[in-house]
Design a protein around this ligand. Structure first.
Ligand SMILES: [Zn+2]
Length: 689
């Protein structure tokens, strides 16, 4: 048969691979090759729409260094000799690791050096590193089934930080791992759930989608990082090399991974003889949640007792689950020793063991701190005296002698222990007073996450204003050091700090922050060619929209629809959600369900989220809109989905149930803690003034 105007393409045979990794693209895009003169530069390419040509250069060059590092570290070559990468204009996922042809959402890899915020680029680089890591963990060695998806997603989520940290040592990526990944995982893992890393009853498409969650990604990565410190860097690296080399083109189970890590650990000898990697790991992979380690000192005998119990928001309910026990690697240092690099376990809290006692050779007036650099996937609670000693030290001029990751861990543990009722809020607030002298990004991320939670929960109560004044006092010294301009000379941490601290200051209604934001916004409205510095844009757009009316809102909407660069579109889209005017909120919601050709499908849900993030009271508008437009929403989002996939509705229902249980939990929380927090803010205020 003769086909006119048709082309035939013949592809080379792929290596032996799993079906989900196959992808192909039909497009009229243009390509760019990396300018780094490293190996594979001929075939390391980024494909983009013509108008986005060269917008991928920054990502492509960073990406190639990261990919080269991984290749070098793992010592196993990628059998596919090319790495095509495609920036897809409308893509429901952030990225997909098709073997030899990685696809990304445009905002992940296409930047403008003056317009795209630093945080956005950093997230882009880590996403790229994640996809590259799948070359080995996922593509070459594929998990036997989706129930152990952590074998690829946990490892890729670990390497997305580790690889960037090795290529850019000054970026402190492994410190950022703790606040971005580990603390985020523990927050979600504190709920009453029975989701475990080695999934149960996984088979239907619905149940497979459900296991691609924080447990496979963030918890998986955190447990893997803990294991790397338990067995030591060399054993970890050698074990992974041997696992990838021997399991290539094969399906692997967790036991295969344990076997290879065990034999490299036996060679390096960091683990006690009576313990096995399988035994340790299964206590983390087959049980839900994570432990709270409680350290109680006996100041008379100079000893301490360590015990374990599952940490949970609802600490009184579900007795049987609090009986869970883990193999817990214990690391600690004291005020006298202050060794924050000793991440090798000093003791093990054994799985069969409720608690144990050990001697402590320090004066009873000096602190002890457990979980060095938060290498363990657990929280730590102390007796009240030890908490006070830590708080006192943090408020002294010596506070930098406590490692920045431990400062972040102390803040995150204290506020979450208070949130769950294990300690009084006065301990957390007392500890957080030291923030007036904190300068590092990572402890501030931990602090801001917890301050944001309280600010949300206190919204609409009489205590909120006092809380915001308190938060402002903590932020003030850092705020004064920062400015609203963009400078190429600042290092990455200074840039990230700027966005974090200024955003939070505006969030807690700092008058100066709001005034500067508004004047930057007004200036940009009247002179469209004057851009707002990239790292302050996200909240300047938001505050500007929040304090202005319909005319400006439509003008910003117009600028969005005429913007080609997706990172800029996303910022404008997010800012538009900050309006308080119901008419504008409704127009915006309307846009999310109509077929406006300039609105990409991936942006529909982003619009709804922008409105929900914009103002607490916007939630009512969204609920009302959903109620009165249910039929249209179902038509647009769900019809194709429902046909042939009716069982998938189960996961939507599960998500709705989860949201409802969180809402109910929050109401309980407000009833329980509001009076106490009010009292504490008053008390802290007295101490400050
Ligand atoms: Zn992945």
């Amino acid at each position: 048969m003769l086909f006119v105007n048709r082309n035939e393409y013949i592809f080379e045979a792929t290596p032996r691979m799993s079906t989900y990794q196959l992808g192909w693209a039909m497009h009229d895009f243009v390509s760019e090759s990396s300018t780094n003169h490293l190996r594979f530069s001929q075939s390391f390419r980024m494909w983009t729409r013509r108008s986005m040509n060269h917008r991928g250069s920054i990502a492509l060059n960073q990406g190639q260094s990261i990919y080269s590092f991984l290749n070098h570290w793992l010592l196993v070559d990628n059998p596919i000799p090319k790495m095509d990468q495609i920036a897809v204009p409308d893509f429901n996922f952030h990225a997909m690791e098709n073997w030899g042809m990685i696809t990304y959402r445009e905002s992940v890899v296409l930047y403008d050096d003056w317009l795209t915020p630093t945080r956005n680029m950093l997230d882009g680089f880590t996403t790229m590193a994640h996809e590259y890591a799948h070359t080995w963990f996922g593509n070459l060695v594929t998990p036997a089934f989706w129930d152990v998806a952590w074998l690829k997603e946990g490892l890729a989520s670990y390497f997305q930080y580790f690889a960037v940290s090795m290529v850019q040592p000054t970026w402190r990526m492994m410190d950022k791992f703790v606040v971005d990944t580990l603390q985020a995982a523990m927050l979600l893992d504190s709920a009453d759930h029975d989701r475990v890393m080695n999934g149960r009853n996984v088979g239907s498409p619905n149940s497979i989608m459900a296991v691609l969650d924080f447990v496979s990604y963030k918890k998986g990565a955190s447990v893997i990082r803990m294991l790397s410190h338990v067995i030591g860097e060399s054993a970890f690296r050698d074990g992974l090399r041997s696992y990838v080399k021997n399991m290539s083109y094969d399906a692997a189970t967790p036991h295969d991974l344990y076997r290879h890590l065990q034999s490299s650990t036996d060679n390096h000898g960091q683990l006690p003889r009576n313990m096995s990697i399988k035994g340790i790991m299964e206590s983390w992979t087959n049980q839900p949640g994570y432990p709270l380690v409680t350290v109680t000192r006996n100041y008379d005998t100079g000893t301490f007792i360590v015990s374990q119990k599952r940490f949970r928001w609802n600490k009184t309910g579900g007795q049987s689950q609090s009986e869970l026990k883990w193999w817990i690697p214990l690391t600690f240092t004291t005020e006298t020793a202050r060794n924050f690099s000793a991440v090798k376990p000093r003791y093990w809290l054994k799985r069969k063991c409720e608690n144990f006692t050990a001697p402590l050779n320090i004066s009873s007036s000096r602190w002890i701190i457990f979980n060095i650099q938060q290498t363990g996937y657990y929280r730590v609670n102390y007796d009240e005296d030890n908490w006070k000693m830590i708080a006192r030290y943090l408020s002294s001029k010596d506070f930098l002698k406590i490692h920045r990751v431990n400062r972040a861990a102390l803040i995150d543990d204290a506020f979450n222990l208070a949130r769950a009722g294990y300690i009084d809020y006065s301990i957390a607030f007392n500890l957080s007073k030291y923030l007036v002298q904190e300068i590092d990004y990572e402890p501030w991320v931990a602090a801001v996450n917890n301050l944001k939670f309280l600010n949300n929960m206190l919204s609409g109560t009489r205590v909120q204003r006092a809380f915001q004044e308190h938060a402002n006092r903590l932020l003030q010294p850092m705020y004064k050091q920062l400015n609203f301009t963009d400078s190429k000379d600042e290092d990455i941490n200074a840039k990230l700090n700027k966005e974090l601290i200024l955003t939070t200051s505006c969030l807690v209604r700092s008058v100066d922050c709001l005034n500067v934001s508004e004047s930057l916004f007004r200036n940009w409205i009247t002179k469209p060619n004057e851009t707002i510095p990239r790292d302050v844009k996200s909240f300047v757009y938001c505050e500007g929209i929040r304090s202005s009316g319909g005319k400006d809102w439509y003008l910003v909407m117009d600028r969005w629809l005429n913007t080609d660069l997706q990172t800029e579109q996303d910022l404008l889209l997010q800012g538009l959600g900050c309006t308080r005017e119901s008419e504008l909120i409704n127009s915006y919601l309307e846009l999310s369900v109509t077929d406006e050709q300039n609105v990409r499908k991936q942006q529909r849900m982003m619009i709804v989220n922008a409105i929900l993030d914009g103002n607490v009271e916007n939630v009512d508008h969204v609920l009302e809109f959903v109620r009165s437009n249910l039929q249209r929403i179902i038509e647009l989002y769900l019809r194709a989905f429902i046909q042939g996939h009716s069982e998938q509705l189960g996961s939507t229902l599960d998500a709705a149930k989860k949201a409802l249980s969180v809402a109910l939990k929050n109401v309980e929380w407000i009833k329980k803690y509001l009076p106490g927090i009010g009292k504490n803010i008053f008390w802290v205020k007295m101490v400050f003034e």
